[in-house]
Design a protein around this ligand. Structure first.
Ligand code: ADP
Ligand code: MG
Length: 265
């Protein structure tokens, strides 16, 4: 949407090689990958299963170290092959919603959502208020004291998303977050996510393998090649917002976008 000025996040000629395991030799999973994210953008990333999408997000989130290339945040190198240890989350500036909700089973919903704030020593009156607001915004009011096993899959997913939003990182990475949900919960959470994104100055990189979802949510969709992953193409999603997520296929721009993206994945 706002692809002007300096990128917020810059992925430059990134590569990742995993060492031999069993019969297999060393293998490049990501190779020569370059793209940029601009402030306030919602970018969707689509690629075949096993193509290295999670590996890419892990490197951006600093959970893993690249074999080649570098990642910059506001022009500063935050990850490259010279690191010998990971420093996850870029000082809380990069949030990561992983594929599994990984809530802590022995903590209530509220305590889970507050957990990153507590670790960062930022749990106070004001941040607690923000947590309340987010819980209400995704329809979880009344469930604050429930434990994860007492919640549905959709509710746990919403909790894991607001846990990341609660500490307010400017960049949020999301790895196929809605894949396991039924169609109705998925639509509900997609709608919540877009609303929350539109409220704040968030930049989102959202991995999916669903073309409809990539189009419905994104300002821009990046397609990846098969392993080793690198950028295959970029598509501006010129469907005006607010969008009717449940009937995105009826947007006049949809068929053309779908065909062009489909041809690349
Ligand atoms: P995607 O998220 O696109 O489905 P992944 O990034 O999870 O793909 O994995 C890409 C490839 O890298 C897969 O073939 C996977 O088996 C391999 N891979 C992922 N992590 C490791 C690891 N730690 N060691 C070796 N191979 C790995
Ligand atoms: Mg993955």
């Amino acid at each position: 949407m706002k692809s002007s000025g300096k990128p917020l996040l810059d992925v430059c000629n990134l590569g990742k090689r995993f060492e031999a395991r069993g019969e297999e030799g060393d293998r490049w999973v990501v190779e020569g990958m370059s793209f940029a994210l601009y402030e306030g953008e919602f970018v969707t990333l689509i690629g075949p299963s096993g193509s290295g999408k999670s590996t890419l997000l892990n490197m951006i989130a600093q959970i893993d170290i690249p074999s080649r290339g570098e990642i910059l945040f506001r022009g500063e190198v935050i990850n490259d092959a010279t690191r010998n240890r990971a420093s996850p989350g870029c000082g809380s500036r990069i949030g990561y919603v992983m594929q599994d909700d990984n809530l802590l089973p022995w903590r209530t919903l509220r305590a889970n959502v507050e957990y990153p704030l507590a670790i960062q020593g930022r749990l106070n009156h004001k941040t607690r208020e923000r947590v309340d607001e987010l819980i209400a915004a995704v329809g979880l009011s009344g469930f604050e004291n429930y434990y994860p096993h007492q919640l549905s899959g959709g509710m746990r997913k919403r909790a894991s998303i607001i846990r990341t939003l609660a500490y307010d990182p400017p960049v949020i990475l999301m790895d196929e977050p809605f894949g396991a949900l039924d169609a109705e919960s998925r639509l509900h959470i997609q709608t919540d996510l877009v609303r929350l994104w539109q409220r704040g100055e968030k930049t989102i990189l959202f991995v999916t393998h669903d073309i409809n979802e990539a189009i419905a949510l994104g300002d821009r969709t990046i397609t990846l090649t098969k392993s080793p992953a690198c950028v295959r193409g970029e598509h501006v999603i010129d469907i005006p917002r607010p969008r009717a997520l449940d009937s995105i296929v009826t947007a006049p721009q949809f068929p053309g976008l779908f065909t062009r993206i489909r041809a690349q994945v």
